[in-house]
Design a binder for this molecule. Structure first.
Ligand SMILES: Cc1cc2nc3c(=O)[nH]c(=O)nc-3n(C[C@H](O)[C@H](O)[C@H](O)COP(=O)(O)OP(=O)(O)OC[C@H]3O[C@@H](n4cnc5c(N)ncnc54)[C@H](O)[C@@H]3O)c2cc1C
Length: 474
């Protein structure tokens, strides 16, 4: 998404743009695949920013392909399930806030104050992201002091300033698995961004699979005069002193360019594609900041399923989310689980009224060494229990992905799902790389993880180039 967003903006501004992508198709984590008539999204549950006014929508408009893709809106955004409580996350913040007040009336005052602050923070954050994209400035340099404070404290500490009921704190932490860190370890700002982005920009899935988004953006980039070469891995980023001057591909082809944007993994960019002193300092950044959690994923095609209550489900075995997280990086009977049933809103993805059930289990990408079949069976049995239907008894198609599958496909180190480990203060530890005319685009930049943040990072990378070329930015 980072590379595609950057190329969309650059090509639309009339800059000669070339994308080189190692896979047969562009998209990285946006990939979808088909098995036995069932269409699965490889990784993503839902995307923010695809509705009118959102950045993804604008990129599609900019490249003239907005009408080539349809998005289905997800409502509720998520159904959060605890053993004795189910809480749908409404699409509107006001409706969700009312729902929480109804469930936890003794916390009404705190919930009010919490949502007010999250709203204010999100508005300030969007301004910072827009400003940073337009001016090309670093994220932290444009951030207001209140926002910086939230960047530097944990989400758990932030919540406890407003609410006290442990069950409510757990409910409000239901999207922590999206970032892969428990409330005590994840930056408050990262969580506020994630939660509020869906309220503001909606939660969507491209009809026909996430790969559609990548495919139509590729069409749009080509429409604007860009060139996209697939099945061609970059081997080196060419430098002249401290200036990036082009790319050498694995197949020997060499492209000289005035600017280079890397949408690849951070370590691969600085260690693999550049090397030398840059490689050494990349190692130390990785060591200091750390990479995000990975996932073990099971893809099942189901012939029948008693109407699922939602297409996006999060299951928590207990209200002590921190404790559950501690043991959860090995998928187990009682680990935290995410389930996506995209066929609820997009039935065309499965034949004969069937469903696609994708089970996401957080996994430690550095240490994962588990028998796939056993874990897949455990995960499916658990999903069957959560959905109150024995789906494990009649799955037609079962595929699995482990962290190394994610690395193999995208190059993301240790199957990192969201780039950096978004702990309090992580942004301050990301130092400028010092190479002229080289920009990062994607979740290894400082905009955060997820599809929308990767798109913002790509927008900023392209705008930095437009600025240097004296071209208008809008
Ligand atoms: C299981 C899972 C669930 C997720 N769920 C969500 C979700 O619901 N919502 C959300 O917003 N985000 C979600 N994310 C996170 C989101 O997918 C990512 O943060 C985002 O897509 C990253 O985009 P990117 O452009 O930075 O990188 P990537 O998608 O990793 O793209 C990098 C691209 O670079 C290419 N590449 C790498 N090396 C080379 C090379 N040497 N030469 C040429 N090309 C190369 C790769 O093939 C790939 O196409 C999820 C991630 C995972 C793994």
């Amino acid at each position: 998404m980072g590379g595609l967003a950057a190329a969309s903006v650059a090509a639309a501004a009339g800059i000669r743009t070339l994308i080189v992508e190692k896979n047969p198709v562009a998209g990285g984590y946006l990939s979808s695949f088909k098995r036995g008539g069932y269409l699965f999204d490889s990784t993503i549950d839902c995307i923010a920013g695809a509705g009118e006014g959102g950045l993804i929508y604008k990129l599609l408009e900019l490249t003239g392909v907005r009408d080539k893709i349809e998005f289905v809106s997800i409502e509720p955004v998520r159904l959060t399930i605890f053993p004795d409580l189910q809480v749908p996350v409404d699409g509107s913040a006001a409706a969700y806030e009312d729902r929480l007040k109804g469930l936890f009336p003794h916390e009404t005052v705190g919930i009010d104050a919490l949502f007010k602050l999250m709203e204010r923070t999100f508005m300030a954050l969007m301004l910072t992201m827009e400003l940073s994209s337009l001016t090309g400035g670093g994220f932290a340099s444009g951030a207001a002091s209140g926002m910086l404070r939230l960047q530097n404290i944990s989400y758990g500490d932030f919540l406890r300033d407003y609410v006290h009921d442990g069950r409510l704190i757990a409910v409000l932490s239901d999207r922590c698995p999206f970032i892969g860190l428990p409330p005590s370890k994840v930056s408050a700002l990262a969580m506020i961004t994630l939660i509020m982005s869906y309220f503001h920009f909606g939660a969507y899935r491209p009809k026909g699979g996430t790969q559609r988004l990548a495919d139509v953006l590729v069409d749009g980039i080509k429409n604007k005069g860009g060139t996209v070469i697939t099945g061609a891995a970059a081997k080196r980023i060419l430098l002249n002193g401290t200036k990036a001057v082009g790319v050498l591909l694995e197949n020997g082809a060499e492209y000289r360019s005035k600017y280079v944007i890397s949408g690849c993994d951070y370590y691969q960019t600085f260690h693999g594609l550049i090397g030398g002193e840059y490689g050494a300092s990349a190692e130390s950044v990785i060591e200091t900041v750390g990479v995000s959690t990975s996932f073990f994923i099971v893809y099942a095609g189901i012939t029948r399923l008693v109407s699922p209550a939602a297409s996006s489900i999060g299951f928590f075995p207990s209200y002590d989310i921190d404790k559950t997280f501690a043991g959860t990086l090995v998928p187990a009977t009682d680990s935290i689980t995410g389930i996506t049933i995209a066929t609820v809103e997009d039935p065309g993805r499965a034949p004969n009224g069937g469903h696609t059930v994708v089970v996401h289990e957080m996994a430690d990408g550095e240490k994962f060494a588990i028998d796939r079949q056993t874990v897949a069976e455990t995960a499916l049995r658990k999903a069957g229990r959560i959905l109150s239907t024995g789906i494990e008894k009649n799955p037609r198609i079962v595929e699995t992905a482990v962290p190394s599958t994610l690395t193999r496909y995208t190059g993301n180190r240790a199957g990192a799902a969201f780039g950096w480990r978004q702990t309090p203060g992580y942004r301050e530890k990301l130092s400028p790389h010092g190479i002229d005319n080289l920009f990062m685009a994607g979740h290894w930049d400082d905009m955060g993880g997820g599809v929308l943040a990767a798109a913002y990072s790509g927008l900023r990378a392209a705008n930095r180039i437009l600025q240097r070329e004296g071209l208008p930015i809008d």
